[in-house]
Ligand binder design. Structure first.
Ligand code: BG6
Length: 444
């Protein structure tokens, strides 16, 4: 951070600059690992903070904000508010002469509730800011291993020639969490796993895994390719999607208790089979699954290659297919399952072993100290790099694909299948792959 960087907190609540510094200091001490938190740095950081009390939808406080914001610097306005306030704030930043011509704004999910509301939000923001000034955060894009996926695909010669329907049997994307929705029940119950996780995070992972090589690693080149994937997604057949809702146990509450309503049909788990209708992926299914209260916290992309077309070895030697697994968290890294000969005199028996690369082992300190997703993304806002942010048309296209799925559930009065806490989700989710003669990777 340059020496003259400033952070100005703005909120409706009663607070002054000193109170804000104490609030931030407590948060830093609670969440920033001690070894990253040098007392001298912390003091210098806190000295850059100030606070303005203002009313987002009224007039109070805006001239105070103008008095402390400079226009001849990089300006980033982070809208940490519900989407219903985006328009009011964007407008006031202009009418009060606070935002300069190149100001950047950052907005977070939920970016709309469906295609129409996302479009309305995009239109509202577009009245005040150009697309190159709008940074829509999806924190999954800031994760180190997600960017590594692009390095892996486009920085090596090894994988890309095989990265297509001719060689890939199927792809699995899993984002499993052990947490429930406790404390966020009222937000979550209006969203469910489909809106909270699939429409954004899983779609982004799918796009980066499936997209064509962009001509350059720059914002519009990357986002154009992601958009093409979203637009090439087939509608999902009813039989190809499973919704679940976690039960309680004697140690944890059920979804219905967490959501504080006993009639909710919101899903805390989704598994689905997705087809991409394009030349590269025709015939290779992508299986996506995400859920809360699962057996483990694990986010992973698995590329399962086809078996060799002909075996020169005797039948039943145990030979199977290569599998590349990219672990986003925890234990960031990747492994490639390869087939080798079992050591010993037992003849030509084949076994599968992983070529394992855990980043923390391979890269040491550097990997362990990788910046958090938000650190990276906020730095990208300041540097003016939109590559890892969603463009308006991408968000709308993602909703256009998820809307009919959700509408189908509502029309049919679909009820999610119950599953035990700390399990792998409903039985039907296992069947989704079994019926295709495949298996999910184990959730560890
Ligand atoms: C958020 C969702 O966007 O991502 C949460 O709203 C979810 O429900 C979280 O728990 C998962 O993020 P991470 O980084 O912990 O995998």
């Amino acid at each position: 951070m340059p020496d003259d960087a400033r952070i100005i907190g703005a909120a409706r609540g009663e607070m002054d600059a000193e109170g804000y510094r104490v609030f931030v200091e407590n948060a830093v001490r609670e969440f920033v690992p001690k070894k990253k938190c040098d007392p001298k740095d912390l003091k210098g950081f806190l000295a850059r903070l100030s606070f303005v009390q203002l009313d987002a939808t009224g007039t109070q406080g805006w001239s105070d904000l103008k008095a402390v914001v400079r226009q001849d610097v990089v300006q980033a306005f982070y809208f940490s508010v519900g989407p219903s306030l985006f328009g009011a704030i964007a407008e006031r930043l202009h009418t009060h002469g606070i935002a300069g011509p190149e100001a950047r704004i950052v907005v977070e999910k939920p970016f709309g509730h469906d295609q129409a509301s996302a479009q309305a939000l995009n239109d509202t923001l577009a009245q005040h800011f150009a697309e190159h000034q709008i940074y829509r955060i999806d924190h999954y894009l800031g994760k180190e291993t997600v960017q590594n996926l692009m390095a892996l695909r486009f920085g090596n010669m090894l994988f890309e020639p095989l990265w297509n329907a001719q060689y890939v049997d199927h792809i699995q994307i899993t984002v499993a969490e052990t947490v429930g929705v406790e404390g966020r029940g009222s937000y979550y119950d209006r969203s469910g796993a489909m809106r909270d996780m699939v429409q954004n995070h899983l779609m982004q992972l799918l796009c980066l895994t499936a997209m064509e090589p962009p001509s350059k690693f720059e914002p519009n080149a990357v986002r154009d390719e992601k958009l093409k994937i979203i637009r090439a997604l087939d509608p999902v057949a009813t039989d190809d999607i499973v919704r679940g809702q976690y039960r309680g146990s004697n140690t944890v509450a059920s979804y219905l208790e967490d959501a504080e309503t006993d009639a909710s049909t919101t899903e805390s788990f989704v598994a689905m089979k997705v087809h991409i209708s394009n030349w590269r992926w025709n015939g290779t299914p992508f299986y996506l699954r995400t859920g809360k209260r699962m057996r483990g916290r694990m986010s992973e992309i698995v590329v399962r290659f086809k078996e060799p077309p002909h075996s020169i070895f005797e039948e039943d030697t145990g030979q199977s297919a290569n599998e590349l697994s990219i672990r986003l968290q925890p234990n960031e890294g990747m492994d490639l399952k390869v087939t080798i000969k079992e050591p010993g005199l037992g003849g030509m028996r084949l076994i599968d072993v992983p070529l394992d690369m855990t980043f923390a082992d391979a890269l040491g300190e550097e990997a362990a100290d990788a910046p958090d997703a938000y650190e990276r993304l906020i730095m990208d806002v300041i540097r003016g790099n939109q590559t890892l942010f969603m463009r308006g048309d991408e968000v709308e296209a993602a909703w256009a694909w998820t809307d009919p799925i959700i509408a189908g559930w509502e029309d049919r009065g679909d009820r999610p299948k119950p599953y035990d806490p700390f399990s792998t989700g409903p039985e039907e989710a296992l069947m989704l792959l079994h019926k295709d003669g495949r298996r999910w990777r184990e959730i560890r």
